[in-house]
Design a protein around this ligand. Structure first.
Ligand SMILES: NC(=O)c1ccc[n+]([C@@H]2O[C@H](COP(=O)([O-])OP(=O)(O)OC[C@H]3O[C@@H](n4cnc5c(N)ncnc54)[C@H](O)[C@@H]3O)[C@@H](O)[C@H]2O)c1
Length: 263
């Protein structure tokens, strides 16, 4: 059982969507937060608006440059205990495999995969020394089931789910919990910020994302999964949340559905 109150929690992607909802709920629950995303000013405004603002701090990092982000975080957190790391920052994709520039695949891997590996390497030595800790990554149902227009995103999310499985095996002897979160559709900026074939943002929402669960519901589910030390938690409703189970028992059905659906 992982407690939240008075824990130091490093949260990435805190400026928007699921991360913003997590920041609010974790601060309400009495955590001391290290807030990460790219823009320092935006994070500082968030920090000041949170309950117990003096307990929280800001650490702006660009996870599309994992080596630079890792070095900056190592320096900034050298003397800081981290009880829980929540790797939530991420970027999605809306483009066909046939058209997508190789640089877009690399960018998705940098942020959604290498960014996670880089920050985990900052906290792992601390957690091993502490004899406890919890590493959480917000992956996706797309890390279990592929569908159209997401070949790079799904590739990065499948990779991160596999990496987290290995990490769980290696961290067990150190009393470090490892949790992968697999959200279905959640109504955030994810589709608006999704990369297209040329690397430009899509700039508009998708109907299925608009009809997804709220960021608040998703954040509440993530906190429950952390508290219960779940290895993996699917959070969502409808087909997007059922997809991993359907794929396991009815793979042919899932292949037919994904070939038919436009996104
Ligand atoms: N919304 C969904 O339907 C959905 C479904 C499954 C998984 N997810 C995952 O949930 C996580 C949060 O996404 P969201 O839905 O809140 O989307 P969002 O676009 O609203 O938020 C993404 C967050 O990641 C940060 N980020 C993006 N690129 C970054 C970079 N280079 N460096 C540092 N921070 C960066 C953004 O600043 C923002 O805070 C992502 O990992 C996403 O893949 C979302």
């Amino acid at each position: 059982m992982t407690a939240i109150k008075d824990k130091t929690i490093w949260l990435t992607g805190a400026s928007s969507g699921i991360g913003l909802a997590l920041a609010q709920q974790l601060a309400d629950a009495g955590a001391a937060l290290i807030l990460t995303s790219r823009r320092e000013q935006q994070l500082e405004e968030l920090r000041q608006a949170l309950p117990n603002s003096d307990k929280h701090r800001v650490l702006a990092l660009d996870l599309s440059q994992p080596e630079t982000a890792q070095a900056a975080a190592e320096q900034a957190l050298a003397d800081t205990r981290v009880d829980i790391l929540i790797n939530n920052a991420g970027v999605s994709q809306r483009s066909k495999a046939l058209d997508t520039d190789l640089s877009v695949y690399r960018q998705l891997m940098e942020i959604d995969y290498f960014g996670v590996v880089a920050l985990n390497q900052v906290v792992m030595p601390k957690m091993i020394e502490q004899g406890s800790g919890h590493i959480v990554t917000v992956a996706s149902v797309a890390g279990k089931v592929g569908s159209k227009l997401r070949s790079g995103y799904s590739g990065a999310k499948f990779a991160v789910v596999g990496y987290m499985d290995c990490l769980r095996a290696e961290m067990a002897e150190h009393n470090v919990q490892v949790t992968s979160i697999l959200p279905g559709f959640v109504n955030t900026q994810i589709a608006i910020n999704a990369l297209q074939a040329d690397g430009k943002q899509q700039g508009h929402n998708d109907p299925e994302i608009e009809q997804g669960i709220s960021a608040d519901e998703c954040a509440a589910g993530i906190i429950q999964a952390i508290q219960a030390d779940k290895a993996e938690a699917i959070i969502g409703k409808g087909l997007s949340a059922l997809a991993p189970t359907l794929k396991r028992f009815f793979p042919g059905l899932v292949r037919r559905i994904t070939a038919k659906r436009e996104g």
